[in-house]
Design a protein around this ligand. Structure first.
Ligand code: KG4
Ligand code: ZN
Length: 342
């Protein structure tokens, strides 16, 4: 049986629509919202308005690129949460109306679940190996930092998470302190490649598999402030080394906990997911660690690291096969609930 899923992602500041034929991606269209750049972060109200403007053209482009008529669709999958309420509402309302109009099932998707299962999206003509269950996934995005043990596509345990800031947020805040544009992660990554991690920053002392990044953010702020007291050009003269140092520290904190999680669970199938999994320091670091630890690692292609609708579509496909459908009276959720089943 061939299944065609139209997927919609609108949880934050990118409007995306994708079409999947079974687990294969036929199109994955993303409209980035540049409006937020001048505010140094996402402005929720502007984000939902931009989603409203983009959603129809983006869906239209995804269907055209896939060469699929809307009547051929098997189901509509959309991000129910977590994310910004107004942004989620745009995608959800569109998906409900579209599903109702076409009389096809509506499938709700959890955004973090989708980041993880993005590893199962296949590209035509280059099918890749997928993680074996159970596997561990370090999910690192702008709003979340978790180590998740995936026991099956739908069954999971969150075994570690941040008690304050997320890893992506820490990149973004460090960039802001240095006067760099939003989102800061990719900018820091580029600068770090030509810098030296010569400034030491403290590591948090958090027990178990949880993370904390707020202390690092504060010590980075004070370090830069002290540097500026001595030298007005401190940031300009040291930006590569500052970027390399903060990136090195964040990656070290993440990988130390990931190794601990692997030792505790005895799982050596290891994946990374989410926007921060695009980071070259993290990608190199995990590859090095894998050699020492004997891990099989799964590092997503760049197009599946940051928010995209193809990752929503693959979960939609799994749920469609399981007949796990949503009703028309569903509402979004803004925070990740403590669930044990997606
Ligand atoms: O997963 P994502 O697109 O959106 C959320 O679900 O939050 O992640 C966005 C985050 C931002 O904080 C951004 O700075 C970070 O991912 N990011 C990176 C890189 N590319 C994106 N962080 C570090 N290095 C990168 N290359
Ligand atoms: Zn995301």
């Amino acid at each position: 049986m061939t299944t065609y899923i139209l997927a919609i992602e609108s949880s934050c500041d990118d409007t995306s629509a994708a079409v999947l034929r079974n687990d294969e991606i036929l199109s994955n269209v993303i409209a980035n919202q540049s409006i937020h750049k001048k505010y140094g972060g996402v402005v929720p109200e502007l984000a939902s308005r931009a989603h409203q403007e983009s959603i129809i053209p983006v869906v239209d482009a995804a269907l055209k690129e896939a060469g699929i008529k809307k009547e051929e669709l098997s189901a509509i999958a959309f991000t129910r949460g977590p994310g910004l309420l107004g942004s989620l509402l745009v995608g959800l309302s569109f998906a409900k109306a579209f599903a109702l109009g076409l009389a096809i099932p509506l499938v709700e998707i959890d955004h973090l679940h989708a980041h993880i299962l993005a590893h199962f999206v296949q590209e035509k003509g280059k099918r890749k190996a997928t993680p074996e269950f159970p596997f561990l996934c370090l999910t690192v995005s702008g709003g979340h930092t978790q180590i998740v043990q995936m026991d099956s596509p739908m069954q999971f345990k969150v075994i570690g998470s941040t008690i304050d800031d997320a890893a992506g947020e820490t990149f973004d805040k460090a960039a802001k302190i240095m006067g760099l544009p939003y989102p800061g992660g990719p900018v820091i990554d580029k600068l770090a490649n030509i810098g030296e991690a010569k400034f030491p920053f403290p590591r948090p002392k958090i027990k178990g598999l949880d993370f904390s990044f707020s202390g690092l953010k504060t010590s980075f702020l004070y370090f830069v402030r002290d540097g500026l007291k001595e030298n007005d050009n401190f940031i300009e003269e040291n930006k590569q080394d500052l970027a390399a140092s903060i990136q090195h520290t964040i990656v070290d904190i993440l990988l130390t906990k990931l190794r601990k999680a692997s030792h505790q669970t005895n799982i050596k199938e290891i994946a990374i997911a989410g926007g921060v999994s695009a980071n070259s320091g993290l990608r190199n670091g995990i590859t090095q660690m894998a050699k020492k630890e004997g891990w099989n690692t799964y590092i997503p292609a760049f197009q599946f690291t940051t928010d995209n609708a193809a990752m929503i579509g693959i979960v939609g496909y799994f749920k469609y096969l399981a007949h796990d459908f949503s009703s028309q009276d569903i509402t979004p959720y803004t925070r990740h609930e403590a669930k044990t089943k997606y």
